[in-house]
Design a protein around this ligand. Structure first.
Ligand code: SF4
Length: 496
């Protein structure tokens, strides 16, 4: 059997980093972890090939080669998915589809031959055994959660790592919280399931063996969902491993805000090699936090929490939302002031979106406020429900927020705030490696940001300020300048 694994194309989004990747000659952020895990579950005897449409073209001859096409996708890849399905249909190759988009919106994809939904560790073996017996059916689902201690190592041999900036791995699934707008608990449950320490180390070792060096992203929904196991088992093992291997990777991940209350945990993460953490901060407006059930963010000084994390040696990237029912008309100025003060340079601010089957989606349906399915991209102005706030006010307020936050003056000012608040790892983590692509990124940034683009004054001011005030942070200064360029390009499209 010949299996072609296809990863559909992402549109240009905040997290695509498309404009930033050009500075380091990479085509996409990371290879598709889900499909590579599926490849490892498929029978060993099958021929397998991967086409990630974010780094290469999908040719008709690829489709003709295959007996079965496997597609995995998120909501944001919907347009490309539809295109791939149409091409498979015209060529007559059978499709197996799974992943978050198909699991939450399967009604839209009736033409797919086999819908293998929920967690593939459970549903895919059922499909494969039926296929072998000639009894495969259209629809596979489960209400069980997989024991990820048995999840195989992704089949890295299908990947050309030179095309990617980073590699994704996973230690846990699920989140103990239950925010109204989030589909994580729906897809992965509320009890965090974790891999064992040997498994994590084996996965790191498998990435190391490919020759890849650089950024590794733990894609966990909430990395600190099980703090005890992290502190007692996982992080000590990663600290030892990374030391033994002479610091081949830096790590980033996602975590909830109460990470700020656990200094010991942050210190261990930094010693293990973590340097960036994404936190869903959402809004400084208490009533809106109450509305969306984000209780962990309530009754705390959020700015203080962000600073605690930055002081420990972790850069905070933040998610922010406007458009809650409880948002007052002043929310736009409040968000701008709050984000500027926090020093969160990478601030992904979007309009609230109702993802299929979430609690928010169900509530809005009951209130007859749903307008259409979401695009999965909350920065594209395509609000999919009737907001409480006047629509025009919401859109113009949102445009004001993004045009202010990413204007060079404000963006570079925020980067400097971050650098003042941030404590570099220092003795906690030795072994930082300067990698060759840092040079090319630096020289390109000099040409593009320091000569060609209008922001050149702010770019040079940041670089000189960093050299004299925080010389150890020069890599961050260049990296964040490049990120800012990407974010401006993305948000500019929303403003045109
Ligand atoms: S904390 Fe984050 S991952 Fe967990 S439910 Fe809330 S938004 Fe989702």
């Amino acid at each position: 059997m010949k299996a072609l694994l296809i990863y559909p194309e992402f549109p240009d989004t905040f997290w695509s980093f498309r404009y930033a990747l050009k500075f380091i000659n990479r085509k996409a952020s990371s290879p598709p972890l889900g499909l590579l895990t599926i490849a490892a579950i498929l029978p060993e005897a099958w021929d397998k090939r991967l086409v990630d449409m974010n780094v290469e073209k999908l040719d008709d001859k690829d489709l003709r080669w295959a007996d079965l096409v496997f597609i995995s996708a998120m909501s944001i890849q919907r347009e490309s998915v539809k295109n791939v399905i149409a091409r498979c249909k015209s060529i007559g190759v059978k499709i197996v589809a799974g992943g978050p988009l198909f699991t939450t919106s399967y009604e839209e994809f009736n033409t797919v031959d086999y819908l293998v939904m929920n967690e593939a560790e459970i549903t895919l073996p059922n499909f494969l055994s039926d296929l072998e017996n000639g009894e495969a059916v259209h629809f596979y689902t489960t209400d069980q959660w997989a024991d990820i201690r048995h999840t195989p190592i992704p089949l890295w041999e299908l990947v050309n790592f030179k095309r990617y900036a980073s590699v994704n791995i996973q230690y846990s699934r699920g989140c103990p919280f239950n925010c109204e707008f989030c589909d994580i608990t729906l897809l992965c449950g509320r009890t965090p399931r974790t891999k064992d320490k040997d498994q994590v180390i084996n996965e790191l070792e498998s990435v190391y063996a490919t020759g890849f060096r650089g950024q590794v992203f733990f894609v966990d929904d909430n990395f600190i969902g099980n703090k005890k196991k992290l502190k007692e088992e996982i992080l000590p093992a990663v600290i030892n491993w990374t030391k033994m291997r002479k610091h081949p990777f830096t790590f980033n991940t996602q975590a909830s805000i109460e990470l700020a209350d656990h200094k010991d945990l942050m210190d261990m993460m930094v010693r293990a090699g973590f340097d960036v953490v994404f936190v869903g901060i959402e809004t400084p407006h208490e009533q809106s936090l109450a509305e969306c059930g984000k209780f962990q963010n309530r009754n705390r000084d959020l700015i203080d929490s962000v600073r605690n994390i930055q002081k420990s040696g972790l850069e905070v990237q933040g998610g922010f939302i406007v458009g809650f029912d409880n948002d007052p008309p002043t929310i736009f100025d409040t968000q701008i002031k709050f984000i500027q003060k926090s020093g969160v340079a990478t601030a992904m601010i979007g309009i609230l979106m109702a993802l299929p089957r979430t609690q928010l989606y169900e509530r809005l349906k009951t209130e007859h406020r749903l307008l259409k399915e979401s695009t999965g991209n909350n920065t594209d102005l395509s609000i999919n429900f009737i907001p409480t706030m006047d629509y025009d006010l919401l859109i113009s307020g949102y445009k004001k927020v993004i045009s202010t936050l990413y204007a060079p003056k404000h963006y570079y000012e925020r980067v400097r705030t971050f650098m003042r608040q941030y404590t570099p790892p220092g003795k906690k983590r030795r072994g930082f490696r300067f990698r060759p692509h840092y040079f090319s990124a630096f020289f390109r940034s000099v040409v593009v940001l320091g000569i060609i683009e209008k922001e050149r004054f702010f770019y040079w001011r940041l670089l000189f300020w960093t050299m004299f005030s925080r010389p150890r942070l020069i890599t961050q200064a260049v990296t964040l300048s490049i990120y800012g360029f990407h974010f401006r390009k993305i948000y500019q499209k929303r403003l045109d």
